[in-house]
Design a binder for this molecule. Structure first.
Ligand code: WT7
Length: 646
């Protein structure tokens, strides 16, 4: 191999993993050479009510644009995650829940117990009128009832739309309204790092702006005080008291929607990414096995939140489809201190940990002592996701956390892709710190230049995927035209990821980050346009422009330039007020790290803001601002540089 720093496959993994290097080559080759029979064969791992005879049927061309997988198949996703395991592993643990407060007891559910809980939740939803195709919004803390609610929707064929508990009432209302949800599942309060989050109060505020909402099912999580509205709100513990613990699983077409998940784009309001039932479940089940070589008895921990796609795919659907024991953690990696994550590993004998680079950087900063204070001998594999991992954090994860024995599985994917597209297989792939390595079977990545020319050899470019895979999103809720426009119009005939990448001489892929106006804050996606719209809603703001800037822990931070209305004066108080304004309009993850008052923004003569210049200033790279001669008023740049927030 040509690049210097290479970590070969440990012999133990090469000997016992499902795939070695030759096995991967064969599998990958077959997947592209004969996709029809390859995918029908893979699909047999699921439990079908009617097994499909058609695999992929798709075209990315505008004239004939369509994407479908296993269209003649019928299945139920929740039955695949629960019922089919009852005979063989009914008494095995399916879900372990670790509470925020380490002094509290974990909760544990066998497959049999989880099945009963999901059936009960499904019966409660049905009693409230939910049926196949209805949208149910879920705004929950990381408690087992969130998992029950999600799987209950899948069981009855309702489409779930999970909204991260850190989002504001405003953001929640927008998401409820966009998909016309009439039912909201929430809890009295959430808990994270010892703090309470007023979910029910937020839900009430959201409901005031979402008139179509008819029902709120409220889980009592903390016992905190909440207001219940007669005729609209029901306590889950009351509603569940007299429903049966069995509920038939609704037969679903493979192409029937499973869920909507809102995510930020480069323009406009958040987009409702829609995933299907059969193709999605196959993809998350396969990739969970391929990337992590999951074996019965292993305890699997994906330390994400159910509010993001990582939680959907790798806390619930993938692992449960594979009959795994999956761990769900309510709290923060750094609370009560930076040992917590490793204490949880020891407490539950975790085999594989899957987390984000931002968490690793935060833990790394507190020193190795917190890691060394724990045993971690149960760990065999370590995964990462959400943003490019800097080699320094990679090495720390590998050397300090994994003591050199655990391969690092860096998985590149997106909300839109359903599951991992570029990632190593532990028995097959030699690793390079910072590279997501090689594509999954069936995945055909390419690099293109801005004109769409396909680039060959070792080079950099924009990352596109040249063919469909089963886990691909199917549409944007309510806006199929925007789906095509966003992902398939830039490079005709190809899915455009929005990422830039480099392919090295060994064919390894290195994701370099977004090439559009999306910022990756702590592994979460934030659209610059969304933050800008929130800022200009403030009565004293005339205009705003937002860009990403490097951030030591978060990967990227948010840098906002704000022009005030004439007559308004800039002050530190106003700066703090505006940052807080964004926090309450969208949520804490959208709050700008830095906010600069700018009397003018750099614009072209046609009025387009030149973000390239704003990015450079935010980065502190003011010596190479490039050509500013096309600006309507080049003088604004000097002022921006002078006023830069360091
Ligand atoms: C964007 C997708 C994947 C689930 C969590 C985030 C970036 C994601 C990696 C990785 C480099 C990565 C990309 C991508 N990203 N994983 N392993 N290496 N970059 O999902 O919110 O849809 O964000 O996250 O930029 O486009 P998301």
């Amino acid at each position: 191999m040509s690049e210097q720093e290479i970590y070969p496959v440990p012999t133990a993994w090469a000997d016992h993993a499902r795939f070695d290097a030759a096995g991967y080559d064969t599998l990958y080759g077959r997947s592209l050479a004969d996709p029809g029979s390859f995918w029908l064969e893979q699909a047999r791992r699921l439990d079908w009510i009617k097994r499909p005879e058609i695999a992929g049927d798709w075209s990315f061309d505008e004239a004939d644009f369509h994407i479908s997988w296993f269209a003649d198949g019928k299945l139920n996703v929740a039955a695949n995650c629960l019922d089919r395991h009852l005979a063989t592993r009914g008494d095995q643990l399916a879900l372990i829940w670790e509470p925020d407060d380490p002094a509290e007891e974990p909760r544990r559910f066998t497959y049999r117990a989880l099945h009963a809980e999901v059936c009960r939740f499904a019966n409660v939803l049905k009693a409230q009128g939910a049926k196949k195709g209805d949208r149910v919004t879920i705004y929950m803390p990381m408690i087992p009832e969130a998992a029950f609610a999600i799987l209950a929707c899948a069981r009855i064929g309702a489409i779930h739309s999970v909204v991260f508990g850190g989002f504001s009432p405003e953001a929640l209302a927008g998401r409820i309204t966009d998909c016309d949800s009439t039912i909201l599942v929430t809890a009295d309060e959430g808990r994270r790092g010892g703090k309470r989050i007023p979910l029910k109060a937020n839900a009430d505020a959201a409901a005031a702006r979402a008139p179509a909402l008819q029902t709120m099912i409220v889980v009592r999580a903390t016992g905190g005080d909440v207001a219940m509205q007669d005729g609209r709100d029901v306590w889950y513990h009351d509603a569940v008291a007299d429903v049966p613990a069995t509920c038939p699983a609704e037969p679903m077409g493979a192409e029937d929607p499973l869920f909507i998940l809102y995510t930020s784009g480069s323009t406009g309001s958040p987009k409702g990414v829609l995933h299907s039932s059969g193709g999605y479940l196959l993809w998350v089940s396969l990739t969970h096995e391929w990337c992590f070589d999951y074996r019965p008895g292993d305890v699997w921990w994906c330390a994400a939140d159910l509010g993001w796609v990582t939680g959907h795919s790798y806390i619930l659907y993938g692992p449960l489809a594979n009959g795994a024991t999956t761990l769900m953690y309510e709290g923060l990696p750094t609370w009560p201190d930076a040992s917590r994550i490793w204490q949880v590993v020891d407490r539950h004998r975790v085999h594989t940990l899957y987390t984000a680079p931002t968490a690793l950087r935060a833990l790394m900063k507190d020193g190795d002592g917190f890691v060394h204070a724990t045993d971690r001998r149960s760990l065999k594999l370590l995964g990462t996701v959400g943003e490019p991992i800097n080699p320094e954090a990679w090495r720390w994860y590998h050397d300090v956390v994994g003591e050199g024995r655990c391969p690092i599985i860096d998985t590149w994917w997106q909300t839109e892709t359903g599951g991992a597209l570029i990632a190593p297989m532990p028995g097959a792939t030699a690793l390079k710190p910072g590279s997501a390595t090689t594509p999954m079977p069936g995945v055909d990545p390419q690099l293109v230049d801005p004109e769409g020319q396909v680039l060959t050899g070792a080079t950099s470019g924009n990352l596109v995927i040249a063919r469909s895979w089963p886990g691909q999103m199917r549409t944007l809720w309510g806006d199929h035209a925007r789906f095509f426009q966003t992902y398939f119009s830039t490079y005709p005939g190809k899915y455009f990821t929005g990422d830039g990448a480099r392919r090295d001489a060994d064919g390894y892929w290195w994701i370099t980050g977004r090439v559009d106006d999306v910022i990756n804050v702590s592994g979460h996606r934030m659209g610059t346009a969304e933050v800008e719209s929130a800022l200009v809603l403030h009565a004293r703001v005339a205009e705003a422009a937002v860009v990403g800037m490097p951030h030591e822990i978060k990967g990227q931070g948010i840098y906002a330039y704000v022009t005030l209305n004439s007559g308004e004066t800039a002050s530190d108080e106003l700066r703090a007020e505006l940052i807080n304004w964004v926090r309450t309009e969208i949520g804490p993850i959208a709050a700008p790290d830095k906010l600069q008052f700018a009397p003018g923004l750099p614009k072209t003569r046609s009025g387009k803001i030149m973000r390239r210049i704003l990015r450079k200033i935010a980065e502190g790279d003011v010596s190479s601002l490039g050509d500013t001669s096309t600006l309507a008023d080049p003088a604004v740049v000097d002022d921006l540089v002078a006023q830069r927030v360091a």
